[in-house]
Design a protein around this ligand. Structure first.
Ligand code: PXL
Length: 275
């Protein structure tokens, strides 16, 4: 049914991501970020993560049935054609099966902007717990991405390089661009020493270091998700990739400063911090 067109239609963005029950990370962070930046947000869920407070806040992971993931993507892409919805963010996929389902949906219709937050592990998880998932993400989703936002661990894993300083972070960003063809924002975060949180942007032409004073030395839940979601929102509104990265970094810095205290091991970023 068609209703009267509103005077100003917002840009639209889709996140294909997991739910993180406490609202810090995942699809919830993405939707709050989209809304805050004036973008109509859509979330298609891949899994539900419920931390276990009885077991050191470990992740309880429940995948969404593959058929149900396909149906969400079918509904979304039918409701909004390529002109209305050309920007998608990819967060936690969590299994090789989900990666295959999402790959086929992405291949059926081209998106101008595919922002990949290559969630390999979450804070507090052991690296390498799901090597098959990591490998499938690299093989199937990374080549489809137009923008990738690896954190320190993910940048090491994707590039195969070890990263101990900004020069090494630059080398990793360049390598990941060569592998993917995408614009890359490689995040040093609290993992690199020094007073500033340093990220490296590289798109094949421009190499730029984005720097902001660290807000404490402890990671905040939702920072990575919100950064990639803010880049997604800005791209959906028509920003150039480097501008989107700069706006997103400022948004996340303000959100970390205004973080919400939690009994979980990490406080949660507040997307309203930039207001
Ligand atoms: O922060 C990475 C992340 C992304 N998506 C979901 C998560 C997490 C970390 O906990 O649970 C659903």
């Amino acid at each position: 049914m068609t209703s009267a067109v509103t005077a100003v239609s917002p840009a639209i963005a889709l996140t294909i991501a997991g739910s993180e029950a406490t609202g810090g990370a995942g699809a919830q962070a993405d939707l709050k970020t989209f809304q805050e930046l004036g973008v109509f947000g859509i979330a298609n869920l891949t899994c539900i993560v419920s931390f276990d407070p009885q077991d050191n806040w470990n992740h309880r992971f429940m995948p969404v049935d593959q058929q149900v993931i396909s149906e969400q993507l079918e509904a979304t892409t039918a409701a909004y054609g390529p002109d209305a919805l050309d920007t998608v963010k990819i967060g936690m996929l969590g299994s090789p099966a989900t990666i295959a389902t999402v790959e086929s949906a992405l291949s059926e219709r081209s998106f101008a902007n595919v922002v990949l937050d290559p969630v390999l592990i979450c804070k507090g998880q052991e690296p390498g717990h799901a090597l098959d998932t990591d490998q499938a993400l690299k093989a199937k989703i990374l080549p489809l991405a137009t923008f990738v936002t690896p954190n320190h661990f993910e940048a090491e894993s994707l590039s195969g390089l070890s990263i101990g300083n900004v020069e090494e972070l630059k080398a990793a960003a360049i390598r990941i661009h060569e592998l993917s063809g995408a614009a890359v924002l490689a995040k040093g975060g609290v993992r690199l020493e020094g007073p500033d949180a340093v990220d490296v942007y590289y798109d094949g032409e421009t190499l730029e270091v984005l720097s902001a004073p660290k807000v404490g030395e402890v990671a905040v839940s939702g920072a990575g998700c919100s950064l990639a979601a803010a880049i997604t929102a800005e791209l959906a509104k028509g920003a150039a990739p480097l501008e989107a990265a700069k706006t997103a970094k400022a948004f996340v810095t303000a959100g970390i400063e205004a973080r919400v205290a939690s009994n979980a091991p990490f406080d949660a970023l507040w997307q309203g911090g930039a207001r």
